[in-house]
Design a protein around this ligand. Structure first.
Ligand SMILES: Cc1ncc(COP(=O)(O)O)c(C=O)c1O
Length: 411
């Protein structure tokens, strides 16, 4: 089997990466001028930080440290992905969904009318990297004795109300895979609460190896290591062949099937496995996060977002969710709000455009509380704008999206 096909088995379409992939360019200190953005703060630099394997684990740990448990309620935004709710339920608490404004802000006036008697925390999400009004939210929550967990899964850099994003809440949770080319990684962070007592263990050697190989493998698949593609691919093919043989032999010898699980976040699925709650991030991912230059990440994400914004703003029956990209925002994706989304969604997915949406809410209650969030689950298309997209990748995405809308509007 040719190398391309071998690798395609593990990485089917799309051929434009949805998340950052490692390559020579990831280490580059040149590129678009960082201007003032280089000085942009990062939640990763706040005083207290422990690195785990995903943001959902970090949210669960934050809730545990706040003493959230059975019989408690946690305020959760009605527009969500399932992995934002998993940690709440894991802690034994009930998600108490609240609606959002059309720009996904927290409507404090509406929350005034909620029964807050059993609420032990509020999860505040900086959607797509755009900050919430944290000063007002924290004033509201603290006046009622409700701790705040900032969901910074989409917001690693930037400010909220003039302060570093993530520094307002009691705790913040970060998802490193969304901003760095790593297989695993999330952070529990706090500006105010020490985290030294958190007892974290090293992951298994198998997982350490997998995290390292996976980052390189993905980079090779997307051709980001010019000059060493052939040699490295051959080595990885050999590794795959050995691994398959090992699994076959082990499966034949063992009475129980050979099975292991990586963190759900690394496998791209929802869920929270308690086995990963006390595990540190892998060494390879940690090193990459510490060493990769961030000015390029900040500048390229902003530039890519603006390019998509300029090209897709005039689409019929669609518009960017946000009118502008303010200074101090480093976007996670470019959110496009699409009317009658089914006309174009399947076609784009079939074409291999690496867009996604949250599809469904946790339960009917969330949709009842906020019909707008229920609509947004299918109407907000999340298009990638990460630092490893090339100009050719972006041109291709734009061309495919425009073609899909043209086809949908022609009689
Ligand atoms: C807003 C938000 N919060 C939390 C999470 C959970 O992040 P992780 O996959 O690192 O657990 C996600 C994941 O997609 C997310 O989009």
């Amino acid at each position: 089997m040719p190398p391309e096909d071998m690798l395609s088995l593990q990485f089917p379409v799309p051929h434009v990466p949805k998340n950052p992939v490692l390559g020579w360019a990831s280490f580059s200190r040149t590129g678009p001028s960082p201007t003032g953005d280089a000085a942009m703060p990062s939640v990763l630099s706040l005083p207290h930080r422990r690195d785990v394997t995903s943001a959902r684990v970090a949210i669960a740990l934050a809730l545990q440290r706040l003493g959230v448990g059975r019989g408690d309620r946690v305020l959760v935004p009605a527009y969500h992905c399932l992995s934002m709710v998993e940690p709440v339920v894991f802690c034994g608490a009930e998600p108490y969904f609240f609606p959002l404004t059309p720009r996904l802000e927290v409507p404090l006036a509406t929350l005034e009318g909620f029964d807050l008697s059993r609420v032990r925390a509020i999860l505040v999400t900086h959607y797509f990297g755009f900050p919430q009004a944290m000063r007002a939210i924290c004033a509201f929550a603290r006046a009622r004795g409700i701790p705040v967990v900032e969901d910074c899964a989409h917001a690693v850099f930037g400010r909220a109300d003039g302060e570093p994003i993530g520094s307002w809440g009691d705790y913040a949770a970060v998802s490193l895979m969304k901003f760095f080319p790593v297989y695993d990684g999330g952070c529990l962070i706090s500006a105010s609460h020490a985290l030294d007592d958190l007892d974290l263990r090293r992951p298994s050697r198998r997982f350490e190896a997998k995290a390292l190989v996976n980052s390189i493998e993905r980079g090779l698949f997307y051709r980001r290591f010019h000059g060493m593609q052939t040699a490295a691919r051959t080595t990885l093919m050999l590794k795959d062949a050995m691994w398959r043989t090992f699994k076959r032999l082990r499966g034949a010898r063992s009475a129980t099937p050979f099975a292991y699980r990586d963190p759900a976040a690394s496998d791209g699925v929802n869920g929270l496995d308690p086995a990963w709650l006390d595990r540190r991030i892998s060494f390879a991912s940690q090193q990459l996060v510490e060493r990769l230059p961030v000015a390029r990440i900040i500048a390229r994400r902003r530039a890519n977002y603006l390019k998509l914004d300029a090209a897709l703003r005039a689409l019929p029956d669609a518009r960017p969710l946000f009118d502008t990209l303010p200074d101090g925002v480093v976007p996670y994706v470019f959110p496009l709000l699409v009317e009658r989304p089914e006309r174009v969604f399947r076609r784009l997915k079939t074409d291999g455009v690496p867009l996604f949406r949250w599809e469904r809410l946790w339960n009917d209650e969330a949709a009842r509380v906020d019909p707008l969030s229920a609509r947004y689950a299918t109407e907000i298309f999340q298009l990638p704008c990460h630092q490893e997209l090339t100009d050719a990748d972006l041109d291709w995405i734009v061309e495919r999206v425009q073609a899909a809308f043209r086809a949908a509007s022609s009689p």
